[in-house]
Ligand binder design. Structure first.
Ligand code: VAH
Length: 309
């Protein structure tokens, strides 16, 4: 059985639905800090859990005979800058709790999401390789970088099967993002449809790696289903689909909504975005477990607008 911690978030909602399709609703326990009135909560088993409370997680694991945990609870980059101590506490200690459950033999497999935020201003910006300089300059990036080191350590020393992906910015229509720097690429679609105009909190030429949620979910399922000997990297895999600037996504939206206009008013998130790569080399994921993306900027825009209309 599977436990998803943080099932009500942007990734968690879609991941829970997909896992329930694959493994049966009763075998996938959704959990989050509060019970929201949304599909994930109403359509299958749901538990309230505090990701910082080891005993609560352990109790759920025993109660439901869990063998796989997807730990999707975290503070994202913009929110983490506003609350560094809590971000560090949540992002690190929730991971330790799950790693320690695996070390104790209570669960068999873990998925933990990392991010392109593990890279920093001294990292090569274009086609950022799997192995390169990593000096993250954000609270969120520091927590993801440290988390990756601990995942690898728990694998090497205790044999824990933990699998991880460095997600780029994720774009989806079914649930809102929660406090990231790449959120503009979701907001822009909602505002294009409702107001025909969008004020972007990043500058026009800020190029960042992005991915449509369908691809992100497919990659997550794929890495978790891969035979253990195909997983060669036990920190986290680079993963990529597309890269674009606010100018480029605005132009793509304009093809469908000709009246659409965009203005720019960069805020504190600009500095975060500037510290991250513009594009990612994900050759290892493609080689080790056959990762392939499906959506590019054009097909993603069509699909987003169709669903949001
Ligand atoms: C953020 N969406 O902006 C996240 C992500 C690529 C960055 O991890 O914080």
């Amino acid at each position: 059985k599977i436990l998803i911690i943080g099932a009500c978030g942007q990734i968690g909602t879609e991941l829970t639905q997909k896992l329930r399709q694959l493994h049966g609703t009763e075998n996938v326990i959704a959990s989050d800090i509060r019970k929201l009135n949304i599909d994930v909560v109403n359509s299958g088993p749901f538990e309230v859990v505090n990701a910082l409370d080891f005993n609560q997680i352990e109790h759920l694991v025993e109660l439901h005979q869990i063998d796989e945990v997807y730990l999707m609870a975290a503070l994202l980059s913009a929110t983490a800058e506003k609350n560094p101590a809590f971000a560090w506490d949540l992002n690190m200690n929730s991971l330790f709790h799950v790693l320690n459950l695996a070390k104790a033999g209570k669960i068999k497999k873990i998925f933990w999401p990392s991010s392109i935020a593990v890279f920093g201003p001294t990292t090569p910006k274009e086609n950022t390789p799997q192995y390169t300089i990593m000096e993250p300059s954000t609270v969120y990036g520091i927590s993801k970088q440290a988390g990756e080191r601990w995942c690898e350590y728990y694998h090497n020393i205790f044999g824990v099967d933990v699998r991880s992906i460095r997600y780029p910015g994720l774009i989806s229509w079914s649930s809102p993002p929660g406090g990231g720097t790449t959120d503009y690429a979701v907001d822009i679609f909602h505002k294009a449809l409702s107001d025909k105009t969008y004020e972007c909190f990043l500058s026009s030429e800020t190029k960042m790696p992005m991915m449509y949620m369908d691809d992100a979910i497919a990659a997550t399922i794929q890495i978790m289903q891969a035979p253990v000997d195909q997983i060669k990297i036990h920190s986290s895999y680079n993963l990529a689909a597309m890269s674009f600037t606010p100018t480029e996504i605005a132009a793509e939206i304009k093809k469908h909504i000709p009246e659409f206009t965009i203005t720019y008013k960069p805020d504190f998130r600009q500095k975060i975005a500037d510290s991250w790569p513009a594009s990612i080399d994900d050759a290892e994921a493609r080689k080790d477990w056959n990762w392939k993306h499906e959506f590019d900027l054009e097909s993603m825009t069509v699909d987003m607008l169709e669903h949001l209309k």
